[in-house]
Design a protein around this ligand. Structure first.
Ligand SMILES: [Zn+2]
Length: 446
């Protein structure tokens, strides 16, 4: 119930708004577990405010710089970058979801190293590329090892499963790839990460790679992962070469730039959420306790999401503030003008569903980022401690909820289950779930 105390009301409303977004994100995540579901891809269209090539290169430049400073796999050290046009200087603001202070310093120092390499006396493109790549790989040793182990596991599985119907040429592919990689690393497993990455680049640029690409096309092919990890192993070379190749375009503004860390300690802590342990309880939490006629049909449809809830649900889980969302909020609050007047927040990874919608609805007018469209339901809105009240966050969360509701409209109304709709399709849309539940209740009472 909303409290009568004005400040209490704001806090109460914000918590409700956060919970609404978490519910919608969970529903989206659950629907993404259903094979061939319509919610696999984001339905809202990206804004194309500044789609010229100059900006495209600059945005990729920021993303590549971010990537080179992201040292661990699995989203543990996501790095986000914003370039501020500060009087006579450029300042890079770096945010990461990684809590460790030492890692943050290493990220900052690495970006300073990259900028120094790029600023040094012009040499051939290969010199800075090699220097940046070698140092980046050294700092990302765990990530290289992770990709290598995954790649070897896939190749071994292919070799074990290889059907006798395959041509002898195709049967030999896993062996040839492993041989090339192992020869590059030497006997001592992974003493030489740099050579390993170079070997992967050689494989990808060889003519034999075309066959791997062909074999990766059929759905469920293990070669899809082989291709993925080979390209991952080349990623340091690709990113290093990109930042070297296009340095000339941005050198004037970036030479002598400073790098500052945005600590996530400046934001309100996230809360732990008890995510429901099964589909039935999840739907009860999301849709409310009213007996909706479509609930059992929806539960059946979302059965595949049971696996997700089994691993993630049933116990308190800490929410996570994502680096790019936090950085956007930070630079907006401090009114930092972007370099080249381009309000783009770079990131080492593609953005998730929550961040994409967050950035698109943020009052800072940020440019859209590449997104994989997957919903992480532990997503949490960044709220600066020094922000005097949370009304802006509340209103932003409501705008996000509206986008997600429009995206999930059919699921929320049960109208994609082959049943008659509860009420006309316009009534729940454009309000938060809470309002929708009120509408449902009124509908039932009337
Ligand atoms: Zn995100």
């Amino acid at each position: 119930m909303p409290q009568t105390n004005p400040s209490g009301t704001i806090v109460q409303a914000l918590e409700d708004d956060i919970e609404d977004v978490q519910k919608l994100l969970l529903l989206k995540a659950m629907s993404q577990y259903v094979p061939n579901d319509q919610h696999k891809a984001i339905t809202s269209q990206p804004r194309e405010k500044l789609a010229n090539d100059g900006y495209k290169t600059w945005r990729r430049y920021l993303d590549n710089l971010s990537y080179l400073c992201d040292f661990k796999s699995g989203g543990k050290t996501v790095v986000s970058l914003y370039a501020q046009d500060a009087a006579n200087d450029t300042v890079f603001w770096l945010a990461t979801n990684h809590p460790g202070g030492e890692t943050k310093n290493r990220m900052r120092n690495h970006l300073v190293f990259i900028l120094n390499e790029l600023s040094s006396t012009p040499r051939s493109i290969d010199d800075p590329t090699q220097a940046i790549m070698q140092q980046s790989i050294k700092l990302s040793a765990d990530k290289v090892k992770h990709y290598y182990n995954k790649l070897v596991a896939e190749l071994e599985s292919i070799r074990a499963e290889s059907p006798s119907s395959q041509t002898s040429g195709d049967r030999r592919i896993p062996e040839i790839v492993m041989d090339k990689l192992q020869r590059a690393t030497g006997d001592d497993e992974l003493q030489n990460h740099h050579m390993l990455c170079s070997a992967a680049c050689e494989i990808v640029s060889s003519s034999g790679y075309n066959r791997i690409a062909e074999l990766s096309v059929p759905p469920g092919s293990r070669y899809k992962k082989v291709k993925h990890y080979l390209i991952r192993l080349c990623s340091w070379y690709t990113a290093s070469r990109y930042v070297t190749k296009y340095w000339g375009m941005f050198a004037e503004e970036l030479r002598g730039a400073t790098v500052e860390i945005v600590s996530l300690d400046q934001f309100h802590q996230t809360t732990n959420v008890n995510f429901p342990p099964n589909v039935r309880d999840a739907l009860l939490w999301i849709l409310g306790s009213q007996q909706q006629p479509f609930a059992s049909a929806l539960q059946q449809k979302l059965t595949p999401a049971g696996a997700l809830l089994k691993t993630e649900g049933g116990r308190a889980r800490g929410s996570i503030i994502h680096a790019e969302a936090a950085l956007a909020e930070f630079v907006h609050f401090h009114e930092m003008e972007p370099l080249y007047e381009d309000r783009y927040v770079g990131c080492s990874k593609q953005s998730c569903y929550g961040c994409k919608i967050y950035l698109s609805k943020h009052p800072g007018g940020f440019e859209q980022r590449p997104s994989h469209g997957n919903a992480w339901f532990k997503w949490y809105p960044p709220r600066l401690r020094e922000q005097p009240d949370d009304r802006e966050t509340s209103s932003l969360l409501r705008r996000m909820a509206m986008v997600m509701q429009a995206d999930l409209k059919d699921t929320l109304l049960g109208s994609n289950l082959g049943k008659r709709q509860l009420f006309e399709s316009t009534s729940g849309v454009g309000t938060t779930i809470r309002h929708m539940q009120e509408a449902l209740r009124l509908n039932k009472e009337s």
